[in-house]
Structure formats: structure tokens, C-alpha cells
Write a protein that binds this ligand. Structure first.
Ligand SMILES: [Zn+2]
Length: 101
């Protein structure tokens, strides 16, 4: 998957920006890294916004990528715990869907 790494500081993100929002001087460089990572934190969503109501209950996890400092906000299909290893399953309407390895 693509991540954007600042050429001046440690900032990295999965979304591209014109300038680094952290140091405000660096340019973000596109990198291709493995989608594999581990669960940094997660939240179980029981009452979802209208557009996601049909999916509830579901879990939103913050995945710390193995090969980048970037974290990915992802939906997961089941119970996950902090530290679980997960990888990208598929992308749906721009949302990352991860599953436990
Ligand atoms: Zn920066």
C-alpha cells in the first residue's frame, strides 16, 4: 500500500498532503510498503453514523504498519486485540478493511 513519508521529519501518513502537516516544510514522498501491521488501538462501534448503520456493530482499528511510521484507520471484521497482527484484506469505497492474520 502507498504511504507518504516526510523528507524532513518522521511524519508519515496514508493520505497525501501538499506539505508535511507536522514540520510544515517537508515534502511528502510516496513509498510502497507492506500493508501488514499490528493493532495499535481499536474501538467497537455499536451506534454508527447513518451511512454505516447497516454494518454495525463493527470495529475500527488503528493499525501501526510494520514498514512505516504511518498508522492506518481500518475497519475489521471481528474481534481484535491490541498487538494483533493484521493485514489489508480489501478496500471498499476508500475504506481499508483489515483482517487478523
Ligand atoms: Zn515533516
Amino acid at each position: 500500500m502507498k504511504v507518504y513519508q516526510c523528507d524532513q521529519c518522521e511524519y508519515a501518513s496514508v493520505s497525501n498532503k501538499y506539505r508535511c502537516p507536522s514540520c510544515r516544510t517537508g515534502q511528502l514522498q510516496e513509498q510502497d510498503v507492506s500493508s501488514k501491521g499490528s493493532v495499535y488501538s481499536y474501538t467497537n462501534i455499536h451506534i454508527a453514523p447513518a451511512e454505516f448503520a447497516h454494518l454495525a456493530p463493527y470495529t475500527v482499528a488503528l493499525i501501526q504498519l510494520d514498514e512505516s511510521k504511518a498508522k492506518v484507520t481500518a475497519r475489521t471484521d471481528g474481534n481484535v486485540e491490541i498487538g494483533d497482527v493484521a493485514e489489508l484484506d480489501y478496500v471498499e469505497d476508500g475504506a481499508y478493511i483489515y483482517r487478523k492474520c
